[in-house]
Write a protein that binds this ligand. Sequence first.
Ligand SMILES: *Cc1c(COP(=O)(O)O)cnc(C)c1O
Length: 389
Amino acid sequence: MKKIIPYGTQSITDDDINAVINVLKSDFLTQGPMVNLFEEDIKSYCGAKYAIASNSATSSLHLACKALEVGAGDIVWTSANTFAASSNCALYCGASVDFVDINPSTFNICPQKLEEKLSYAKKNKLLPKVVIPVHMCGQPCDMKKIFELSEIYDFKIIEDASHAIGASFNQKKIGSCEFSDITVLSFHPVKIITTGEGGICLTNSKNYAKKIELLRSHGITRDNSLMESNIDGPWYYEQIDLGFNYRMTDIHAALGSSQLRRIDSFISKRHEIAEKYDNCFQDLPLQTPYQLKNAYSSYHLYVIKLDIENIKISHLNFFQNLKEQGIGVNLHYIPVYLHPYYRKLGFKEGYCLESEKYYKSAVSIPIYPALEDSDQEFVIEAVKKSLTY
Ligand SMILES: *Cc1c(COP(=O)(O)O)cnc(C)c1O
Protein backbone atom coordinates (compact mmCIF):
# COMPACT_ATOMS: atom_id res chain seq x y z
CA MET A 1 0.00 0.00 0.00
CA LYS A 2 1.18 3.48 -0.81
CA LYS A 3 2.22 5.54 2.19
CA ILE A 4 -0.13 8.38 3.05
CA ILE A 5 1.17 11.52 4.76
CA PRO A 6 -1.92 12.86 6.58
CA TYR A 7 -2.62 16.58 7.07
CA GLY A 8 -2.64 15.95 10.82
CA THR A 9 -2.46 13.05 13.22
CA GLN A 10 -1.92 12.20 16.89
CA SER A 11 1.38 11.34 18.58
CA ILE A 12 1.06 8.48 21.07
CA THR A 13 3.88 7.27 23.34
CA ASP A 14 4.20 4.35 25.75
CA ASP A 15 3.46 6.79 28.59
CA ASP A 16 0.10 7.57 26.98
CA ILE A 17 -0.64 3.88 26.55
CA ASN A 18 0.30 3.09 30.14
CA ALA A 19 -1.87 5.93 31.44
CA VAL A 20 -4.85 4.36 29.67
CA ILE A 21 -3.97 0.82 30.82
CA ASN A 22 -3.75 2.01 34.42
CA VAL A 23 -7.31 3.28 34.24
CA LEU A 24 -8.49 0.00 32.70
CA LYS A 25 -6.93 -1.85 35.66
CA SER A 26 -8.49 0.53 38.20
CA ASP A 27 -11.94 0.58 39.82
CA PHE A 28 -13.44 3.33 37.68
CA LEU A 29 -13.66 3.57 33.91
CA THR A 30 -15.93 6.59 34.19
CA GLN A 31 -16.90 9.00 36.99
CA GLY A 32 -13.64 8.19 38.78
CA PRO A 33 -10.80 10.58 39.68
CA MET A 34 -9.17 11.09 36.26
CA VAL A 35 -11.62 13.57 34.73
CA ASN A 36 -11.16 15.86 37.70
CA LEU A 37 -7.38 15.62 37.42
CA PHE A 38 -7.53 16.34 33.69
CA GLU A 39 -9.72 19.39 34.34
CA GLU A 40 -7.19 20.62 36.94
CA ASP A 41 -4.34 20.08 34.46
CA ILE A 42 -6.07 21.96 31.63
CA LYS A 43 -7.22 24.88 33.74
CA SER A 44 -3.79 25.41 35.26
CA TYR A 45 -2.17 25.18 31.82
CA CYS A 46 -4.61 27.68 30.31
CA GLY A 47 -5.00 29.91 33.36
CA ALA A 48 -8.77 29.79 33.85
CA LYS A 49 -10.63 29.33 37.13
CA TYR A 50 -12.94 26.51 36.03
CA ALA A 51 -12.73 23.65 33.54
CA ILE A 52 -15.51 21.19 32.74
CA ALA A 53 -14.63 18.33 30.39
CA SER A 54 -17.06 16.56 28.08
CA ASN A 55 -17.12 13.88 25.40
CA SER A 56 -16.47 16.31 22.51
CA ALA A 57 -15.97 19.98 21.71
CA THR A 58 -19.34 19.79 19.98
CA SER A 59 -20.95 18.84 23.32
CA SER A 60 -18.93 21.54 25.09
CA LEU A 61 -20.13 24.18 22.60
CA HIS A 62 -23.72 23.07 23.22
CA LEU A 63 -23.20 23.26 27.00
CA ALA A 64 -21.57 26.68 26.66
CA CYS A 65 -24.58 27.99 24.73
CA LYS A 66 -26.92 26.54 27.35
CA ALA A 67 -24.92 28.16 30.16
CA LEU A 68 -25.33 31.52 28.42
CA GLU A 69 -29.05 30.77 28.13
CA VAL A 70 -29.17 30.75 24.37
CA GLY A 71 -32.69 29.80 23.31
CA ALA A 72 -35.55 30.41 20.90
CA GLY A 73 -35.63 34.00 19.69
CA ASP A 74 -31.90 34.51 20.24
CA ILE A 75 -29.31 35.01 17.51
CA VAL A 76 -25.78 33.60 17.60
CA TRP A 77 -23.03 34.72 15.23
CA THR A 78 -19.90 32.89 14.23
CA SER A 79 -17.31 32.88 11.48
CA ALA A 80 -18.38 31.66 8.04
CA ASN A 81 -15.08 29.81 7.82
CA THR A 82 -15.39 27.11 10.44
CA PHE A 83 -16.51 23.57 11.15
CA ALA A 84 -20.29 23.28 11.30
CA ALA A 85 -20.21 22.48 15.04
CA SER A 86 -19.43 26.18 15.77
CA SER A 87 -22.93 27.13 14.62
CA ASN A 88 -24.85 23.87 15.13
CA CYS A 89 -24.53 24.44 18.90
CA ALA A 90 -26.84 27.46 18.64
CA LEU A 91 -29.35 25.58 16.48
CA TYR A 92 -29.49 22.79 19.11
CA CYS A 93 -30.74 25.47 21.52
CA GLY A 94 -33.48 26.65 19.16
CA ALA A 95 -31.68 29.91 18.39
CA SER A 96 -30.98 31.21 14.91
CA VAL A 97 -27.49 31.72 13.53
CA ASP A 98 -25.75 34.22 11.32
CA PHE A 99 -22.26 34.38 9.87
CA VAL A 100 -19.55 37.02 9.74
CA ASP A 101 -17.07 37.04 6.88
CA ILE A 102 -13.34 36.52 7.37
CA ASN A 103 -10.28 38.68 6.96
CA PRO A 104 -8.44 37.34 3.88
CA SER A 105 -5.05 37.43 5.65
CA THR A 106 -5.84 35.85 9.01
CA PHE A 107 -8.73 33.61 7.82
CA ASN A 108 -10.40 34.61 11.12
CA ILE A 109 -13.62 36.53 11.69
CA CYS A 110 -12.93 40.08 10.47
CA PRO A 111 -13.25 42.60 13.35
CA GLN A 112 -14.16 45.45 10.95
CA LYS A 113 -16.87 43.42 9.26
CA LEU A 114 -18.10 42.33 12.68
CA GLU A 115 -18.32 45.97 13.76
CA GLU A 116 -20.19 47.01 10.61
CA LYS A 117 -22.58 44.09 10.93
CA LEU A 118 -23.23 44.91 14.60
CA SER A 119 -23.96 48.54 13.85
CA TYR A 120 -26.41 47.50 11.13
CA ALA A 121 -27.98 44.82 13.36
CA LYS A 122 -28.52 47.36 16.12
CA LYS A 123 -30.64 49.53 13.83
CA ASN A 124 -32.73 46.50 12.89
CA LYS A 125 -32.91 45.13 16.46
CA LEU A 126 -31.19 41.92 15.35
CA LEU A 127 -28.17 42.00 17.65
CA PRO A 128 -26.61 38.66 18.59
CA LYS A 129 -26.81 37.31 22.13
CA VAL A 130 -23.56 35.43 21.65
CA VAL A 131 -20.67 35.71 19.18
CA ILE A 132 -18.44 32.65 18.70
CA PRO A 133 -15.05 33.63 17.28
CA VAL A 134 -13.00 30.68 15.99
CA HIS A 135 -9.20 30.69 16.25
CA MET A 136 -8.70 29.32 12.76
CA CYS A 137 -5.62 27.08 12.38
CA GLY A 138 -4.63 28.02 15.93
CA GLN A 139 -4.10 31.68 14.99
CA PRO A 140 -5.87 33.73 17.70
CA CYS A 141 -8.57 36.20 16.69
CA ASP A 142 -8.18 39.81 17.76
CA MET A 143 -9.93 39.07 21.07
CA LYS A 144 -9.35 42.51 22.55
CA LYS A 145 -11.21 44.16 19.70
CA ILE A 146 -14.04 41.60 19.83
CA PHE A 147 -14.28 42.07 23.59
CA GLU A 148 -14.52 45.86 23.18
CA LEU A 149 -17.35 45.35 20.69
CA SER A 150 -19.11 43.04 23.16
CA GLU A 151 -19.16 45.86 25.70
CA ILE A 152 -20.64 48.31 23.20
CA TYR A 153 -23.19 45.92 21.69
CA ASP A 154 -23.84 43.80 24.77
CA PHE A 155 -23.21 40.26 23.60
CA LYS A 156 -21.48 37.30 25.25
CA ILE A 157 -18.43 35.56 23.80
CA ILE A 158 -17.67 31.85 23.43
CA GLU A 159 -14.23 31.24 21.92
CA ASP A 160 -14.22 28.14 19.73
CA ALA A 161 -10.58 27.30 20.45
CA SER A 162 -10.82 23.77 19.08
CA HIS A 163 -7.62 24.52 17.12
CA ALA A 164 -5.89 26.64 19.68
CA ILE A 165 -4.79 25.03 22.93
CA GLY A 166 -1.19 26.20 23.32
CA ALA A 167 -1.78 29.43 21.40
CA SER A 168 -1.61 32.80 23.14
CA PHE A 169 -2.87 36.32 22.65
CA ASN A 170 -1.16 39.33 24.30
CA GLN A 171 1.15 36.90 26.15
CA LYS A 172 -1.82 35.08 27.71
CA LYS A 173 -2.80 31.53 26.87
CA ILE A 174 -5.95 30.96 24.86
CA GLY A 175 -8.32 29.43 27.40
CA SER A 176 -7.59 32.04 30.08
CA CYS A 177 -10.93 33.61 29.06
CA GLU A 178 -9.48 37.08 29.56
CA PHE A 179 -11.67 38.36 26.72
CA SER A 180 -14.51 35.84 26.74
CA ASP A 181 -17.16 34.22 28.90
CA ILE A 182 -16.34 30.64 27.95
CA THR A 183 -13.63 28.99 25.84
CA VAL A 184 -14.04 25.56 24.26
CA LEU A 185 -11.17 23.21 23.34
CA SER A 186 -11.30 19.99 21.29
CA PHE A 187 -9.30 16.82 21.89
CA HIS A 188 -10.14 15.00 18.66
CA PRO A 189 -7.04 13.11 17.38
CA VAL A 190 -6.22 15.64 14.65
CA LYS A 191 -6.14 18.50 17.17
CA ILE A 192 -3.14 19.61 19.27
CA ILE A 193 -3.56 17.05 22.07
CA THR A 194 -6.06 14.20 22.10
CA THR A 195 -8.29 12.17 24.39
CA GLY A 196 -9.67 10.09 21.47
CA GLU A 197 -12.86 12.14 21.52
CA GLY A 198 -13.26 14.95 24.01
CA GLY A 199 -13.76 18.62 24.69
CA ILE A 200 -13.70 21.09 27.55
CA CYS A 201 -15.27 24.37 28.60
CA LEU A 202 -13.06 26.89 30.40
CA THR A 203 -14.52 29.86 32.25
CA ASN A 204 -13.83 32.26 35.09
CA SER A 205 -17.50 32.33 36.08
CA LYS A 206 -18.56 30.01 38.90
CA ASN A 207 -22.15 30.39 37.76
CA TYR A 208 -21.45 29.19 34.20
CA ALA A 209 -19.23 26.38 35.49
CA LYS A 210 -21.98 25.07 37.75
CA LYS A 211 -24.55 25.18 34.97
CA ILE A 212 -22.24 23.37 32.53
CA GLU A 213 -21.42 20.70 35.10
CA LEU A 214 -25.10 20.12 35.85
CA LEU A 215 -26.15 19.88 32.20
CA ARG A 216 -23.22 17.62 31.31
CA SER A 217 -24.82 14.91 33.44
CA HIS A 218 -28.61 14.92 32.80
CA GLY A 219 -29.33 18.03 34.88
CA ILE A 220 -29.10 15.75 37.91
CA THR A 221 -27.61 16.94 41.19
CA ARG A 222 -26.54 15.30 44.45
CA ASP A 223 -25.77 18.69 45.99
CA ASN A 224 -28.24 19.26 48.87
CA SER A 225 -28.05 23.01 48.51
CA LEU A 226 -29.46 22.79 44.98
CA MET A 227 -32.31 20.40 45.76
CA GLU A 228 -35.90 21.54 45.70
CA SER A 229 -37.60 18.80 47.76
CA ASN A 230 -36.90 16.97 51.00
CA ILE A 231 -34.21 14.33 50.86
CA ASP A 232 -35.86 10.88 50.98
CA GLY A 233 -32.70 9.00 51.92
CA PRO A 234 -29.01 8.49 51.13
CA TRP A 235 -29.84 7.25 47.60
CA TYR A 236 -31.58 10.49 46.76
CA TYR A 237 -30.72 12.78 43.86
CA GLU A 238 -32.75 15.26 41.89
CA GLN A 239 -33.09 16.22 38.26
CA ILE A 240 -33.51 19.98 38.37
CA ASP A 241 -32.91 20.83 34.70
CA LEU A 242 -33.00 19.02 31.34
CA GLY A 243 -29.41 17.94 30.69
CA PHE A 244 -27.51 15.38 28.65
CA ASN A 245 -24.99 12.62 29.08
CA TYR A 246 -21.97 14.48 27.73
CA ARG A 247 -19.51 13.05 30.26
CA MET A 248 -15.90 12.26 29.44
CA THR A 249 -14.65 8.85 30.64
CA ASP A 250 -11.63 8.34 32.90
CA ILE A 251 -9.97 6.42 30.08
CA HIS A 252 -10.11 9.49 27.84
CA ALA A 253 -9.11 11.89 30.61
CA ALA A 254 -6.01 9.85 31.53
CA LEU A 255 -4.87 10.00 27.91
CA GLY A 256 -5.45 13.75 27.88
CA SER A 257 -3.40 14.41 31.02
CA SER A 258 -0.57 12.29 29.67
CA GLN A 259 -0.67 14.13 26.32
CA LEU A 260 -0.72 17.55 27.99
CA ARG A 261 2.70 16.85 29.50
CA ARG A 262 4.18 17.03 26.00
CA ILE A 263 2.25 20.01 24.68
CA ASP A 264 5.23 22.39 24.65
CA SER A 265 7.24 20.04 22.45
CA PHE A 266 4.18 19.51 20.20
CA ILE A 267 3.76 23.23 19.66
CA SER A 268 7.44 23.97 19.09
CA LYS A 269 7.67 21.13 16.55
CA ARG A 270 4.64 22.58 14.75
CA HIS A 271 6.39 25.96 14.64
CA GLU A 272 9.54 24.38 13.22
CA ILE A 273 7.54 22.73 10.46
CA ALA A 274 5.65 25.96 9.71
CA GLU A 275 8.88 27.96 9.55
CA LYS A 276 10.36 25.54 7.06
CA TYR A 277 7.26 25.74 4.86
CA ASP A 278 7.30 29.56 5.13
CA ASN A 279 10.91 29.68 3.96
CA CYS A 280 10.55 27.20 1.13
CA PHE A 281 7.35 28.76 -0.24
CA GLN A 282 8.58 32.38 -0.20
CA ASP A 283 8.83 32.77 -3.95
CA LEU A 284 5.86 30.66 -4.96
CA PRO A 285 2.50 32.00 -6.16
CA LEU A 286 0.76 31.25 -2.89
CA GLN A 287 -0.02 32.92 0.43
CA THR A 288 1.52 31.39 3.56
CA PRO A 289 -0.23 31.79 6.94
CA TYR A 290 -0.11 35.33 8.25
CA GLN A 291 0.86 35.69 11.91
CA LEU A 292 -0.52 38.46 14.12
CA LYS A 293 2.20 40.35 15.99
CA ASN A 294 0.65 40.10 19.46
CA ALA A 295 -0.34 36.45 19.05
CA TYR A 296 1.31 33.05 19.06
CA SER A 297 -0.32 30.33 16.96
CA SER A 298 -0.64 26.70 17.99
CA TYR A 299 -0.37 25.84 14.25
CA HIS A 300 -3.10 23.22 14.32
CA LEU A 301 -3.29 23.64 10.55
CA TYR A 302 -0.96 24.96 7.88
CA VAL A 303 -3.18 26.43 5.17
CA ILE A 304 -1.75 27.74 1.91
CA LYS A 305 -3.88 29.96 -0.31
CA LEU A 306 -3.09 29.54 -3.99
CA ASP A 307 -2.67 32.66 -6.10
CA ILE A 308 -5.29 31.33 -8.51
CA GLU A 309 -4.97 34.19 -11.02
CA ASN A 310 -1.24 33.64 -11.49
CA ILE A 311 -0.97 29.89 -11.82
CA LYS A 312 -1.79 27.47 -14.62
CA ILE A 313 -3.10 24.66 -12.45
CA SER A 314 -6.62 24.82 -11.01
CA HIS A 315 -7.30 24.56 -7.29
CA LEU A 316 -9.00 21.20 -7.85
CA ASN A 317 -6.14 19.79 -9.92
CA PHE A 318 -3.55 21.02 -7.43
CA PHE A 319 -5.45 19.26 -4.66
CA GLN A 320 -5.85 16.05 -6.65
CA ASN A 321 -2.25 16.12 -7.77
CA LEU A 322 -1.01 16.14 -4.16
CA LYS A 323 -3.57 13.57 -3.12
CA GLU A 324 -2.42 11.20 -5.89
CA GLN A 325 1.11 11.40 -4.50
CA GLY A 326 -0.08 10.19 -1.10
CA ILE A 327 -0.24 13.62 0.51
CA GLY A 328 -3.35 13.79 2.67
CA VAL A 329 -4.33 17.35 1.83
CA ASN A 330 -7.61 18.71 3.10
CA LEU A 331 -9.74 21.84 2.89
CA HIS A 332 -10.71 23.75 6.03
CA TYR A 333 -13.48 24.86 5.49
CA ILE A 334 -16.46 24.87 3.19
CA PRO A 335 -18.29 28.09 4.24
CA VAL A 336 -20.77 26.67 6.77
CA TYR A 337 -23.80 28.42 5.29
CA LEU A 338 -23.26 26.71 1.90
CA HIS A 339 -24.11 23.29 3.35
CA PRO A 340 -27.54 22.12 2.19
CA TYR A 341 -28.89 22.16 5.75
CA TYR A 342 -27.96 25.83 6.08
CA ARG A 343 -29.12 26.76 2.59
CA LYS A 344 -32.53 25.48 3.67
CA LEU A 345 -32.42 28.07 6.46
CA GLY A 346 -32.19 30.72 3.74
CA PHE A 347 -28.45 31.29 3.23
CA LYS A 348 -27.24 31.75 -0.32
CA GLU A 349 -24.03 31.78 -2.30
CA GLY A 350 -22.39 35.21 -2.24
CA TYR A 351 -23.20 35.87 1.43
CA CYS A 352 -19.60 36.00 2.70
CA LEU A 353 -17.43 36.71 -0.32
CA GLU A 354 -14.02 36.46 1.35
CA SER A 355 -14.89 33.07 2.84
CA GLU A 356 -16.01 31.87 -0.58
CA LYS A 357 -12.82 33.17 -2.23
CA TYR A 358 -10.80 31.47 0.47
CA TYR A 359 -12.71 28.22 -0.13
CA LYS A 360 -11.76 28.33 -3.81
CA SER A 361 -8.02 28.63 -3.14
CA ALA A 362 -7.14 27.14 0.27
CA VAL A 363 -5.40 23.82 0.89
CA SER A 364 -4.34 22.37 4.26
CA ILE A 365 -1.00 20.59 3.94
CA PRO A 366 0.57 18.20 6.48
CA ILE A 367 1.61 19.55 9.87
CA TYR A 368 1.87 17.39 13.00
CA PRO A 369 4.63 16.74 15.55
CA ALA A 370 5.65 13.36 14.11
CA LEU A 371 5.97 14.64 10.52
CA GLU A 372 9.37 13.47 9.35
CA ASP A 373 11.80 15.85 7.64
CA SER A 374 11.94 13.67 4.52
CA ASP A 375 8.14 13.63 4.32
CA GLN A 376 7.99 17.39 4.69
CA GLU A 377 10.55 17.79 1.94
CA PHE A 378 8.48 15.50 -0.27
CA VAL A 379 5.44 17.73 0.36
CA ILE A 380 7.44 20.89 -0.39
CA GLU A 381 8.71 19.44 -3.69
CA ALA A 382 5.22 18.30 -4.66
CA VAL A 383 3.80 21.78 -3.99
CA LYS A 384 6.60 23.44 -5.97
CA LYS A 385 6.26 21.09 -8.94
CA SER A 386 2.47 21.44 -9.06
CA LEU A 387 2.72 25.20 -9.22
CA THR A 388 5.53 25.52 -11.72
CA TYR A 389 5.08 22.74 -14.29
C1 LIG B 1 -12.87 19.93 15.62
C2 LIG B 1 -13.69 21.15 15.73
C3 LIG B 1 -14.90 21.19 16.44
C4 LIG B 1 -15.55 19.97 17.00
O1 LIG B 1 -14.73 19.24 17.83
P1 LIG B 1 -15.13 17.78 18.29
O2 LIG B 1 -14.28 17.57 19.51
O3 LIG B 1 -14.78 16.87 17.16
O4 LIG B 1 -16.58 17.77 18.59
C5 LIG B 1 -15.56 22.40 16.58
N1 LIG B 1 -15.08 23.52 16.02
C6 LIG B 1 -13.94 23.53 15.32
C7 LIG B 1 -13.44 24.81 14.74
C8 LIG B 1 -13.23 22.34 15.13
O5 LIG B 1 -12.11 22.34 14.40
